[in-house]
Design a protein around this ligand. Sequence first.
Ligand SMILES: [Zn+2]
Length: 333
Amino acid sequence: MGCSARNVAAIGLLALVACAGATVRDALLDGDNIAPGIAVLRGVFVSGAQPDGNTVLLWAPGGLIVVDSGRHATHTQRTLSAAKAAGQPIAAIVNTHWHLDHVAGNARLRAAYPRSEVLASDAIRGALDGFLADYRKQLLQAITQAPKGSPQVSTWRAEVERIDAGERLLPTRPVTAAGDTVIAGRRLRLGLEHNAVSGGDVWLFDPASRVLVAGDLVTLPVPLFDTACPHGWLEALDRLQAQPFDLLVPGHGAPLSRLQFDRYRAALGNLLSCAAGEAGKPACVDAWLRDAQDLFPASEIPLARSSLDYYLDLLRAPDARLAKQYCRAGGTA
Ligand SMILES: [Zn+2]
């Protein structure tokens, strides 16, 4: 985004002033702009390594709003560098959910900007006592049992440290209901889904740009079912669909148009129907690839295949583990 010289010449001095402001602002957001004053720092999601979620930066009168803070220091550092280049403080962090690839960077961002407020659902409190506490135990056990010199150990230790940040990851302004709000002086709409991906998924719609930040309600190359309520997830996508957005930023993957989002939603519905039916796993995987493959690069097909192989077992577990653990009665926002 920016202003061409031709535009400036055509629209005169007043526009030149406004346009110059926009150009500076856009340039400072580091070349990943998807709309004036809104940039996406894409998270890396590759086979064999823990991912980072996408981070979205929004320019606001009170400073930058950061949606999701990443897992690894290298990812979070990109946000800090963007803020420094912009000469703007980070005024607010919005976490779409508590998974470490979206929330672990909070500690680093808040160390640099202690006055920033953090908006997120309270589901992280339950996660720190439940899912993340269990995960921490597994990590410590794996560290103890690893052969001397195992290269994995430092990765596992770093995960334990991220969980141990505890309090520094929590919201200062809990999101307890969906609705319009003002964050750092920018008017935004927040949604809250209790029965979708994590027990407390926040999404954000910016009416000025018609950009919707979906968090892991939309992920590519595949939906991530680890803590999901599968049928509730589809209902949450209906609420996203009802928003007047032009561009949707997923938790992982490239931004999607409305049409592409509709295709994702249909593909997720087909995948859940396939998982509930009699077809073999390869047929369900092939159907997903047929439905969704042009929403992500061909290089991610192996990751999509191996992930779905795992998730289809989870969706088909005879004890309906996901629904029992992660779907609560009356759980919509
Ligand atoms: Zn994620």
